[in-house]
Design a binder for this molecule. Structure first.
Ligand code: MYA
Length: 431
């Protein structure tokens, strides 16, 4: 946007100038045009400009109606054949239940998925996690899409969708949650990503679904909200040793370790692990809590069973059962997402817990989430991460989380929300 206004300034400058000769004016006009073009080109999104997503030029234009940007096309008009890939590559539908396929996906992501800005850490989703993330109720295998080299069959790219009911204000919309877009490092910048996005879109359309939700670290047209990660050290010595955090000014290692020390046991009476028989009560608690956010999942009992029942090494959930009434009053959960530590002599993995869905009705937020930190510490996590979504801001600073440097942008495909949302208006966490 800043570039555009600069270009306009340049243009005005030339047309207001009293130039003596017409040819001089033409030269300057053409120069101005070139400057304008190059400045706006730098900000152009050749692919995203063609897609039904909020465009930067429409930011703040609240006269456009909220809801779908374009209507569904008749299913018979949806392209029946896959998009063309460049010659050496072919599509493959991935069966994550197959140990071999799951392993191929795991290896691709482990070596090529998201890194931090300084390339010190790379997400290392486990195979169990991938199976969980990609097999929710009603999933479509056809939405788990790989790209292979035709000759060697090596998997070199991946993208996935899973179905979800997501509420935007008063409307529940069936959407695809798109995740795990990855192109092998050696094949970057060849415009493979747009083909993959078009192909997953086509396969989503074939199921008569026309909207999607996704998050990314990069700015694209146009975020519905921009959130920030906060980090709570659980093992500060390791975090400092591997360069994840730095020793604060006037801090020694022993003072830092003391600062982040946590009790050995949780403190809330009735705090315990969630069990299968808790699914109905947790669903009620969570549905009631999520009502207040502008964008949030519409979870039913099947969703809660899948996404929130504890799964070893994947997702942990705890709740507070009132010792007197046996009512379930509070809930907290986190998922396990380690990162590979790139090029460190002493450590290869950072064990990170990511705050998932939390609800406080009786236990104060700080006490509830401190208990979550205590169980994460007991389970040997090095760091507990949380976005500033939902009510998380009420405990982040007090519980000694520090702000991270990266931003996470939330997007909706083919769905317009008129105002950019504050993170606290978001009730959605994507993996
Ligand atoms: S976010 C995680 C993304 N993955 C990584 O960051 C892993 C490491 N990076 C890579 O593997 C590659 O750099 C990727 C791009 C694959 C990301 N989301 O092929 P290219 C646009 C959307 O030459 P490459 C996640 O998984 C870019 O702006 N678009 O680039 C959610 C440019 O378009 P334009 C992205 O670097 C994914 C074009 O791609 C992203 O080789 C949600 C360049 O293509 C990104 N993260 O490959 C996907 N990064 O010219 C959208 C770059 O217009 C889903 N680009 O600027 C949309 C909904 C679809 C379903 C709809 C159903 C109705």
């Amino acid at each position: 946007m800043a570039d555009d206004s600069k270009a306009t300034e340049n243009h005005n400058l030339t047309s207001d100038n009293n130039l003596s000769s017409e040819s001089g004016k033409e030269v300057i006009d053409s120069l101005a045009r070139q400057v304008q073009e190059s400045l706006s080109l730098a900000k152009r999104h050749k692919f995203w400009e063609t897609q039904p997503v909020g465009q930067f030029k429409d930011l703040g234009v609240s006269s456009l109606p909220e809801g779908p940007i374009e209507p569904p096309t008749p299913l018979s008009e949806v392209k029946q054949e896959p998009y063309n890939l460049p010659g050496p590559y072919e599509w493959t539908t991935c069966d994550l239940d197959s140990e071999d396929t799951c392993n191929e996906v795991y290896v691709l992501l482990t070596n090529n998925y998201v890194e931090d800005d300084e390339n010190m850490f790379r997400f290392n989703y486990s195979k169990e996690f991938l199976r969980w993330a990609l097999h929710p109720p009603g999933y479509y295998k056809s939405w788990h899409i790989g790209v292979r080299v035709k000759t060697s069959k090596k998997m070199v790219a991946f993208i996935t969708g899973v179905p979800a009911r997501i509420r935007a204000r008063d409307t529940v919309v069936v959407m695809a949650e798109i995740n795990f877009l990855c192109v092998h490092k050696k094949l970057r910048s060849k415009r493979l990503a747009p083909v993959m996005i078009k192909e997953v879109t086509r396969r989503v359309h074939l199921e008569n679904i026309w909207q999607a939700a996704y998050t990314a670290g990069v700015v694209l047209p146009t975020p519905v909200s921009t959130c920030q990660y906060w980090h709570r050290s659980l093992n500060p010595k390791k975090l400092i040793d591997v360069g994840f955090s730095r020793l604060g000014p006037r801090m020694t290692m022993s003072r830092t370790m003391k600062l982040y020390k946590l009790p050995d046991h949780t403190v809330t009476p009735g705090f315990r692990k969630m069990e299968p028989h808790d699914v109905p009560a947790v669903t009620r608690l969570l549905r009631n809590y999520l009502k207040q956010f502008v964008v949030a999942p519409d979870f039913d009992e099947n969703d809660v069973e899948h996404w929130l029942l504890p799964k070893e090494g994947v997702v942990d959930s705890y709740l507070v059962e009132s010792p007197e009434t046996h009512e379930i009053t509070d809930f907290c959960s986190f998922y396990t997402l380690p990162s590979s530590i790139l090029g460190n002599q002493n450590y290869s993995t950072l064990k990170a817990a990511y705050s998932y869905y939390n609800v406080s009705t009786k236990t104060p937020w700080i006490q509830l989430m401190n208990d979550a930190l205590i169980v994460a510490k007991i389970k040997d996590f090095d760091v507990f991460n949380a976005l500033d979504v939902m009510h998380n801001e009420t405990f982040l600073k007090e519980l000694k989380f520090g702000p991270g440097d990266g931003k996470l942008h939330y997007y909706l495909y083919n769905y317009r929300i008129n105002h950019v949302l504050r993170p606290s208006e978001l009730g959605l966490v994507l993996l």
